[in-house]
Design a protein around this ligand. Structure first.
Ligand SMILES: Nc1ncnc2c1ncn2[C@@H]1O[C@H](COP(=O)(O)OP(=O)(O)OP(=O)(O)O)[C@@H](O)[C@H]1O
Ligand SMILES: N[C@@H](CCO)C(=O)O
Length: 340
């Protein structure tokens, strides 16, 4: 379990009460996450039980967090199924720099959101990929009128900064690939096609474990997606980058890193049913699939070689995304292949 900051119930209960969420009955650390400290919480209000997720942010600051929290609220208000951050009531005292959706617990920035129903689907079928692709496009469109802006903090500037930090830990072949790919992505980012990509708030981490399905409620060929969550890598970036990150997880064969064409086709077709890709996006799909692989290879290398303290932390395997990158280089996925 990655509980970086333990929180006794006696510390959390006053916050739930102050937000009008009821009396705290249970608080349980959540296994699995590697970025933040998360707890499932149960409260009782007016005779009914309510389920929440309490997050303490370990790396993000009070200044960075309002972008994510207000984005979730904005999307929730437009019918996209995402957890909705709970606000302080009018008049509740705020610490300096605190936003109405952002709280402080054990000295850390904290948020409380509703717990989504359902489970993550870790072996998705094309029908799950279609549900994710369609909702991703709807989410991009719903974000167009979001008023706040913050760059993707794990974008190109972070890659340029972090590659030199991990290089001393790598074997020669890995180091050469990482440097070559970084050079290629800097070249792509200087192109007119890249400048023409439509942009907006993106999730940027929409992996299988950040989506919920209520499979029992849906028909086998129409699974019911109950939510996207973990928006704490979101930022304003190219919509195509988000689609590429999503494809690299949902439509990838995990043992080999190769793309699974039926799942990729289902995901992109459902995305395009909501929003057709522009010519620049169609042209840059192979490059953005490489960018998405580089992004997560690099963050995993960083977590692996420069780990932080946690009660019990299992860093993700960086070699998976090295394989994904090598596959995207060896077999670029073109729109022609997806639409044939
Ligand atoms: N709103 C929510 N509703 C239901 N379950 C949630 C919610 N938020 C988090 N969880 C559960 O908590 C687990 C860990 O959360 P999350 O993935 O956000 O961790 P993290 O450390 O912030 O991120 P990461 O996935 O980047 O490691 C999830 O896998 C999920 O089971
Ligand atoms: N989705 C990321 C973890 C951070 O959210 C990964 O698989 O490396």
């Amino acid at each position: 379990m990655a509980v970086f900051t333990p929180v006794p119930e006696t510390d959390a209960a006053p916050l739930f009460k102050a937000l009008g969420l009821g009396r705290l009955k249970a608080l349980q650390g959540i296994e699995g996450g590697i970025e933040n400290t998360n707890f499932f919480a149960t409260t009782e209000r007016e005779g009914a039980e309510h389920e929440w997720v309490l997050t303490l942010f370990e790396r993000l600051t009070h200044a960075q967090l309002p972008f994510y929290l207000h984005l979730m609220k904005h999307l929730a208000q437009r019918g996209i199924p995402v957890p909705e951050p709970q606000a302080k009531p009018e008049g509740m005292r705020r610490r300096p720099g605190e936003d109405e959706l952002l709280h402080t617990l054990r000295g850390k920035p904290a948020a409380i959101v509703n717990r989504l129903r359902g489970k993550s689907v870790l072996a998705p079928a094309p029908a799950h990929c279609a549900a994710v692709g369609g909702m991703l496009a709807r989410m991009h469109l719903a974000g167009r009128d979001y008023g706040r802006s913050q760059p993707n903090l794990r974008g190109l500037p972070w890659w340029n900064e972090t590659v030199p930090v991990v290089l001393p830990h790598l074997a020669t072949g890995e180091a050469a690939l990482l440097q070559a790919e970084l050079a290629y992505q800097n070249h792509v980012a200087a192109s007119s096609a890249w400048a023409a990509l439509p942009r907006g708030p993106v999730h940027a981490d929409l992996f299988r474990d950040n989506v919920m399905f209520d499979d029992e409620a849906g028909a086998p060929d129409a699974p019911r997606l109950t939510g996207f969550f973990d928006f704490y890598f979101a930022g304003v970036d190219a919509w195509l980058f988000d689609l590429a990150v999503t494809l690299n997880d949902w439509a990838t064969d995990l043992p080999t890193g190769a793309l699974d064409l039926p799942r990729a086709r289902a995901l992109v077709a459902a995305y395009q049913a909501e929003r057709a890709l522009t010519q620049a996006e169609r042209d840059l799909l192979p490059a953005m699939l490489r960018a998405g692989a580089l992004r997560f290879w690099l963050s995993r290398l960083w977590d692996w070689h420069l780990p932080r303290q946690a009660s019990l932390l299992k860093p993700h395997d960086p070699a998976h995304f090295e394989r994904v990158l090598r596959q995207r280089l060896a077999q670029p996925l073109t729109m022609a292949a997806l639409e044939s």
